[in-house]
Design a protein around this ligand. Structure first.
Ligand code: GLN
Length: 620
């Protein structure tokens, strides 16, 4: 039986010496069809849900897709999301966070779009390079294959070759995206950009073909649109949404479900209009209006029975495991209730960044704070501080004025703002203000300590001063060997060995080794480690074998909470599993704000023992 509803081969497959053809279809002289099917692929085993945006980008396709995927995962189905990016960059590594939001890093070292962070957080699932595709990846692969003679004299075309490569990747994911590397029940496909963009046109065409080839009930398409509410009119207008959906239908894709973004709940009238112009029944047109937290969206979709509609469209009700669903929902709704509850402990958290004008540049830090705060009943007031506006002479006055209970110095590249960050670390170290240094923030803490405590007056990083007299942060030897932009960083998950008895170790529940994600080119110079430790800085997190310093702290008798990681703790924080270093930071911030509060009221798990805490600092 041919795998798809297309004519059976009129001529036998032509064998090819490297087996390439058997995977990539019949000779182009014999047929126009080109649908490379991975070996062993079974149609109907996996269903595909495609999420596409209309009207404009930035509406939250990732959130929509991740929320739907979460609802399905809670029901016991296995899910694999994929983001299809239209840009020609091969990955997100070289993108400016000011333009594109933060670069998210997966455990396998993939540098990708921040939406992958949304998926990991909502699904509580680690993703890999297979869950992220860019036009750059697709084209490079095709051009390489063409040079190897893989297309056998055929002219390589957008259709069927480029679309064929897109479908091949989606089917590969379907076959191997499951938790054990096996097939997955559902693949969620998010198309970057907006319908009508040149960049993503070939993805949309590939999805049209995929929908036809997979057939009902194995494909469901979801459109995200936008309902305008101009203040001058005072009512919701659906025309832009209608035109956007119409544009989608012109591509040959009929939406099965529509989510309407809007500021306030979308009226029945507006939903009726959308329904009427799109052939989508009213009960499948969902109001996805602004909410206090994106984590409430899955429940809102459930309340409107969208989960059931998707299962009906895909004929997969029989796959639901009600016991699994009940327990997952119980956990999630408890978290949802804490999100909505009025919080008890107000705290001021300062984040000293370079891209502070754009919150998306630090999206995961924002989320990690939210997760920890929800668990600790805290109401964090996050203050974004532009590091380049701070100097050593003015820092005390500037930061005192903000009345901060904790400070985070996040990761970053480039020199701008570095001296301001160093000054801020001195301020929080001397004042006993809880501190978390992340990646560059960790390096800056080392530089500050070296300069102001260990007496290395010219301490710096070779990133900012290529030949410093007191270079304490230097390029990693293995990175030095591969100079140039892109592909020269230490990336992805690595083990961190924790010093027993340290604050870091206590935060991680006395674990000996934890796994965290890295993205850096520079590290603490191993030759300077002893000198810094003798001066009192503790490198409590190290590489298990190599002399790479991965975590630091000040003893609790010196400072209530001064901690840093060469890694990015924010990337592994999940709503139900908040990252311990953020939990510790928030707990210390609450304690600082309310020193008289009983430890048990905050949660003793995250606080150092009172006997360990410096009295002067605790009281200040
Ligand atoms: N610029 C520093 C390095 O490359 C820190 C990187 C970061 O903060 N992600 O090592």
């Amino acid at each position: 039986m041919p795998p798809f509803d297309q004519p059976a081969a009129s001529s036998p497959e032509i064998p090819h010496k490297n087996g390439f053809l058997s995977q990539f279809g019949r000779s182009s002289e014999t047929t126009e069809f080109f649908s490379p099917i991975p070996e062993g692929y079974q149609r109907g085993q996996t269903a595909y849900i495609a999420v596409m945006g209309t009207v404009m980008s930035g509406l939250g396709k990732g959130i929509l897709s991740a929320s739907l995927a979460k609802l399905m995962k809670d029901k016991g189905l296995t899910v694999a999301p994929i983001k299809l990016e239209g840009y020609l960059n091969v990955d997100s590594g070289t993108l400016n966070p000011y333009r594109h939001g933060e670069v998210f890093v997966l455990d396998d070292g993939t540098e990708c779009d921040m939406d992958l962070g949304t998926y990991e957080r909502l699904l509580d699932q680690n993703l890999t390079v297979r869950n992220f595709t860019t036009a750059g990846q697709i084209y490079s692969e095709i051009l390489e294959r063409e040079r190897r003679g893989g297309y056998l004299g055929r002219d390589v075309q957008m259709i069927p070759h480029v679309t064929g490569e897109v479908k091949r990747r989606l089917r590969e994911l379907a076959m191997s995206g499951g938790p054990d590397g096996g097939p997955v029940d559902l693949v969620f496909i998010e198309v970057g950009g907006t319908i009508g963009d040149y960049e993503n046109g070939f993805y949309v065409e590939a999805l049209r073909e995929l929908a036809f080839e997979e057939g009902a009930p194995n494909f469901c398409s979801v459109a995200l649109t936008y309902i305008l509410e101009p203040p001058t009119l005072g009512e919701q207008k659906s025309k832009a949404a209608q035109l956007g959906i119409k544009r989608l239908m012109e591509t040959g894709i009929q939406p099965d479900l529509i989510a309407c973004r809007a500021e306030s709940p979308v009226t029945e009238m507006a939903r009726q209009k959308v329904s009427m112009f799109s052939n989508v029944p009213l009960h499948r047109v969902f109001s996805m209006h602004d909410r206090k937290s994106i984590y409430t969206i899955p429940e809102a979709m459930r309340a409107q029975r969208l989960d059931r509609e998707v299962l009906t469209i895909l004929d997969r009700h029989q796959k639901v495991d009600p016991v699994h669903e009940d327990s997952s929902r119980a956990q999630w709704s408890a978290y949802g209730k804490s999100i909505m509850a009025t919080r008890k402990h107000a705290v001021n958290i300062g984040i000293l960044g370079k891209y502070t004008a754009l919150r998306d540049a630090y999206a995961s830090i924002d989320k990690a704070i939210e997760h920890a705060a929800t668990h600790l009943n805290a109401a964090p007031n996050v203050q974004w501080i532009e590091a380049s506006e701070i100097s050593d002479a003015t820092v005390d006055e500037q930061l005192d004025a903000l009345d901060l209970d904790a400070v985070i110095v996040p990761g970053g590249f480039g020199e701008r703002g570095v001296e301001g960050k160093i000054a801020a670390v001195r301020h929080v170290r001397e004042r006993g203000i809880p501190f978390l240094g992340i990646c560059l923030g960790f390096q800056v803490a080392v530089i500050e300590y070296a300069r102001n405590v260990a007496g290395i007056a010219n301490a710096h990083s070779t990133e900012f001063d290529p030949e410093p007299n007191g270079g304490v942060i230097a390029e990693l030897p293995e990175q030095k060997a591969i100079e140039g932009l892109g592909g020269t960083m230490r990336l992805g998950g690595q083990d961190v060995a924790l010093q027993s008895g340290s604050l870091l170790c206590a935060l991680f529940g006395d674990a000996a080794i934890v796994r965290e994600r890295f993205r850096h080119r520079y590290e603490v110079d191993p030759d300077i480690v002893d000198q810094l430790q003798e001066a009192g800085l503790v490198f409590s997190g190290r590489h298990p074998e190599q002399p790479i310093m991965q975590g630091l702290e000040l003893p609790r008798c010196v400072h209530p909470y001064f901690i840093g990681g060469q890694f990015h703790p924010e990337l592994t924080s999940r709503p139900l599993h908040p990252q311990p270093m953020f939990m510790g930071l928030l707990a210390a911030a609450i304690r600082r704000r309310n020193p008289e509060l009983a430890r048990a009221e905050i949660s003793t798990r995250w606080l150092p023992k009172d006997s360990d805490v410096p009295q002067a600092a605790a009281e200040s």
